[in-house]
Structure formats: C-alpha cells, structure tokens
Design a binder for this molecule. Structure first.
Ligand code: SF4
Length: 377
C-alpha cells in the first residue's frame, strides 16, 4: 500500500499536462517524472560520449542530452544514438541546420528555440525534420538569454518576460501544427525560476522540464536545486527534471533521483535512513553508511534501510524500513527485518551481513512485483 493513501499529508497533486514522447519515454500526463542529464564530453569523441551516456543511464537517467554545436557533432550523434540505451536530446542553439541534421541522425528530441533560428522557412524546415523523424522539441527559455525586445520591454529578466518568451516560441510551433513539445524556463536564481515556472504552469498545458540553471558545484548546486525543484515538484509542477551541476553527469542523476525520492515521486534503489551519530553510537555510523552506499549502488529495487547508532532512535526507524540495524553495546547491535527485531549481529560482520540481507530483500521484492504484474495481465 502506498504510504500516501494512509497519510494524506504526503499527497502531491500533479498539474495535469498533456503527454508527449521523447523516443520511447513518455513525458507529462501521468507518466513518472523523468530524470535527465547532459554529457560534458566533446560530442565528436564518440567513445567518451557513449561511455558517459551509458554511465548516466546505469545511474538511472531516463533521457540524456548532448550538445550539437557543429557538423562533426551531428555526424557523431548518429553513432551515439545507435549505441545509447536511452533517448537522446540534441541541444541546438541558433543553427537550424544542426537541428535538421540531429533529427535525421535519430535524436529523440531537439532542444531548440524556434524563435531564435531565423526566418520562417528555416523554422518550417526544422519542424518538418522533427515531424518526419518522430522527434519532439523542447523549448528552452533561459533568463540569461532572453530576446532583446523582451529585455527592453520588461527592463530585466523577470517571470513575465520569461513566460512571454516561452509563449512566443510555443505559438510558432502551434502555428505550424506541431504539438509534440515540452518547455523549460530556467534561471540560476531560485526565486526567479520558481516564479517563472509557476506562471508558465498556468499559461500552458505542455509538459514542463524543470531546472535551476548553472546551479553551481556538487554541494551548493544540490542544495539550490533541491530548494527550487523541490518546491515546484511539491506544488505538483514538473514532468521531467535536470539538476545542473558543475560535476559528473552521474552526480546530477543521483541528485535528481534523491529529490524525487524525498518527495515520494519516484523510487529507485536503497533509501538509506541514517542518524548523524554522536557519543552514544554503538559503531562508526558515518564510515558504515559510506561503505554501504558504495556496496549497495547496484540495487535498483526500491527499498529502505535504516542504519542508526543507538537505541534512542534505532528501533523506531527500523519499524518503518525493510532492513534495519541499530547499534547496541559490547561491539554488537540488532538487525531488524520488515520492521521486526530479528537477530543480534557483531559490528565487525555488519557490512557484509547487511549487504547480504538487502540483496535478499531486494530479490524478494522484485519477485513479488513480477508476480503481481503477471497476475494483473
Ligand atoms: S540515534 Fe543515537 S547515536 Fe544516532 S545521533 Fe541519535 S543518539 Fe546519537
């Protein structure tokens, strides 16, 4: 039973957007909120780019974006798309030809602003290439690159200017009878991004791609994104997310998932509940959690594990987790399975033993899920 059905204060009511496809991945409507990232290799370095796409996909990325700034990149894209386990979004700025080439190379989506690629004939050419190749489009409004006439009209980047820019691009696509698009309206300022996204969510039913742009390094960018994206997702806004970090794309995917997991919007892998530790701890909580995070990275089944230093909070947390360990005295602690006290365990065996218990539980949960899916067919 979902925790949300018994605890209404956990409910999030998602804005109703229409659904589009990014390759085989649905975005919007009642589709799960997807996690995206972007490669930072040179796109013509096919080997390095494919390796990064695969690592991101392995970490859980549903969709990966790749920059296509020149013709060499368009050529490389074809090969990358062929090898990629997930749909690829081609990131295009200004060059309409790159848009056409990327659609023909098999990109699942073009990130392109139709208002910035020149006259109507160029726009029509890109839209035709997208339509012919079953490629969707993401309009990407960015506070840092708003059109000159909007900056003159509004004086500075503001939510109204960003939404107007987005609606202008939408109009171009709709006038060309193209509806397979989603839209983002990013800013590096959390307040500006949040206000712009809220206004955008009122103004269109297109699926929304969320992001706080240029959020910063791993720690500061994670916090900024968690605040900005977290608030919007909590309000029900957002169909797909990208956390922008000056860090490895795999880190972006991990942070994206953690934000969705914190809000109960998506589940993947082991959710570790651990205490900060203090003088009462019966074992080294911090080292143990670090080791377990690494050893359990391969688990994709959604499940929970509590690692708590002592009996102050241990038994209570263990009640609500699939596997739990609570520190005790004399070099040993207590293992809890499915919320119930199970057996004593000595601290020096705990890592291997907990990994074993989690793997066993993950296999059981996966088998239950498969059986339930079969029964439902
Ligand atoms: S659960 Fe125990 S060890 Fe962990 S922080 Fe609280 S009192 Fe300290």
């Amino acid at each position: 039973m979902s925790l949300n059905s018994v605890r209404p204060w956990r409910n999030i009511y998602r804005r109703k957007s229409r659904q589009i496809m990014v390759g085989s991945v649905p975005v919007g409507g009642d589709a799960p909120i997807t996690v995206q990232t972007m490669t930072n290799t040179l796109t013509p370095d096919v080997k390095a780019t494919i390796a990064q796409v695969q690592a991101a996909a392995e970490a859980g990325a549903d969709i990966v974006r790749i920059s296509v700034p020149d013709q060499d990149s368009s050529r490389a894209l074809k090969e990358i798309v062929r090898e990629s386990p997930v749909p690829i979004v081609a990131d295009i700025h200004f060059h309409y030809k790159r848009g056409v080439e990327a659609a023909e190379a098999g990109a699942a989506c073009l990130r392109i602003n139709p208002g910035n690629i020149g006259d109507e004939s160029r726009v029509k050419e890109v839209i035709k290439a997208a339509r012919d190749n079953k490629c969707s489009i993401r309009i990407g409004v960015n506070a840092g690159s708003l059109e000159k006439h909007l900056l003159e009209k509004y004086g500075e980047p503001c939510p109204e200017a960003m939404v107007e820019s987005g609606l202008d691009h939408i109009k171009i696509l709709e006038d060309n009878d193209f509806h397979e698009f989603k839209i983002s309206c990013k800013a590096s300022d959390v307040f500006l991004a949040a206000a712009a996204y809220q206004a955008l969510a009122e103004a269109t039913d297109a699926p929304i791609h969320l992001g706080i742009t240029e959020a910063g390094g791993l720690t500061s960018g994670t916090i900024k994104s968690a605040i900005g994206l977290g608030n919007l997702l909590w309000m029900g806004i957002g169909d797909t997310i990208r956390v922008s970090l000056s860090a490895d794309p795999v880190e972006e995917v991990k942070v994206g998932y953690e934000i969705l997991k914190s809000l109960g919007l998506r589940h993947r892998g082991v959710n570790i509940i651990s205490c900060p530790s203090c003088a009462r701890q019966g074992f080294d909580v911090i080292k143990t959690v670090e080791a377990l995070e690494q050893r359990l990275e391969h688990i994709k089944t959604p499940m929970s594990l509590s690692i708590i230093g002592c009996v102050v909070n241990g038994p209570g947390e263990a009640l609500m987790t699939d596997v739990g360990f609570t520190g005790g005295g004399a070099g040993s602690g207590m293992v809890y399975l499915a919320g119930k006290q199970s057996h004593k365990l000595s601290n020096d065996q705990m890592i291997d033993h907990i990994v074993e218990q989690v793997e066993k539980k993950a296999a059981e949960l996966s088998a239950e899920e498969a059986a339930a899916a079969e029964a439902a067919e």
